[in-house]
Design a binder for this molecule. Structure first.
Ligand code: NAD
Length: 281
């Protein structure tokens, strides 16, 4: 794959563009408006320069030259793979997939979504080529975390999944796992109920936040405890993933605990606002 498109140049989209360009692909990133495009370019420049300073990249400038940031979706016409990484909003993504279907001319091109919770089938069925649509779910920070979840829908052709696997493993150097088109895929379906259990434990007064986290760090060799992890993910994001898991499976273990809902209502969203289960400077 030489010509890649990324729609949405935020946290995830910029990371996806970076790893694709570092792998040698020419990448077009499409943002919704010029100021956002400028922010995305700045984010990419900062990340690539930092990688060069740390000795992880030889020539940040050469990588940057392979990346074009634009506001014109039509610039994706000649792409072989387009990865959508816009806001997690079903109607916005549905509109975008309808437009991509009209714009991307190569009928062999793969149209992928980085969604964390929207069924791939909902995006595939609005295109004329559902066999070429799948989920390619990266993890944050994209340049660092090795995992990618490949999510074929019931209508995805095996060849689409295999070509995607070849690119993410062979070119991007990631490790891919495959899972069905179900809320949470593998990682969030296991991680979120674990985090929710820790919140329930804390909520019931069973132990302090520090002791719950220390228990898992020192007793189970986790790199960080579940409450610190919830603060890092963002309590609003944790809540919305829990809601989509609960909606899909109706299992109590996925139901967001009242304390989580109240903290989100209060704006205590974790690290990004300086306060969640812990306080940050
Ligand atoms: P973000 O808000 O940082 O970035 C989204 C970007 O999309 C914004 O810059 C916005 O301007 C742009 N955008 C919105 N609508 C657009 C449109 N119609 N055309 C072009 N650009 C548009 O969000 P994010 O955290 O990067 O998440 C993006 C996607 O990745 C979501 O589907 C999310 O669920 C998924 N995801 C996020 C994470 C994470 O840890 N943040 C991890 C895996 C997957």
């Amino acid at each position: 794959m030489e010509r890649i498109g990324v729609v949405g140049g935020g946290l995830m989209g910029a990371g996806i563009a970076e790893v694709c360009a570092r792998a040698g692909s020419a990448v077009v990133v499409v943002e919704s408006e010029q100021t956002r495009a400028d922010d995305s370019r700045a984010r990419l420049e900062k990340s690539l320069r930092r990688a060069q300073e740390r000795g992880k990249l030889d020539d940040a400038e050469a990588v940057l030259q392979r990346i074009t940031v634009t506001t014109e979706l039509e610039d994706l016409a000649d792409r072989q793979l387009v990865v959508e990484a816009i806001v997690e909003d079903e109607s916005a993504k549905v509109d975008l997939f309808k437009r991509l279907d009209q714009i991307v001319t190569d009928q062999d091109a793969i149209l992928a979504s980085n969604t964390s919770s929207i069924p791939i089938m909902k995006l595939a069925t609005v295109t004329s080529r559902p066999s070429h649509v799948l989920g390619i779910h990266f993890f944050n920070p994209v340049p660092v975390l090795k995992l990618v979840e490949l999510v074929p829908s019931l209508m995805t052709a095996d060849e689409t999944t295999e070509r995607s696997r070849e690119y993410v493993e062979g070119s991007l150097g990631k490790n891919a796992i495959t899972c069905q088109d179900r809320a949470g895929f593998v990682v969030n379906a296991l991680l979120i109920p674990f985090v929710l259990s820790a919140i329930r434990m804390y909520e019931s007064g069973f132990a302090t936040a520090e002791d719950i986290d220390q228990g898992l760090v020192l007793g189970a060799a986790h790199p960080q405890g579940p409450l610190a992890l919830a603060d890092l993910i963002g309590l609003d994001t944790t809540m919305s993933v829990a809601q989509s898991l609960y909606e899909e499976f109706k299992e109590p273990l996925y139901a967001p605990p009242p304390l989580l809902a109240r903290m989100v209502d209060a704006g205590l969203l974790g690290r990004k606002v300086g306060r969640g289960f812990y306080t940050y400077d």
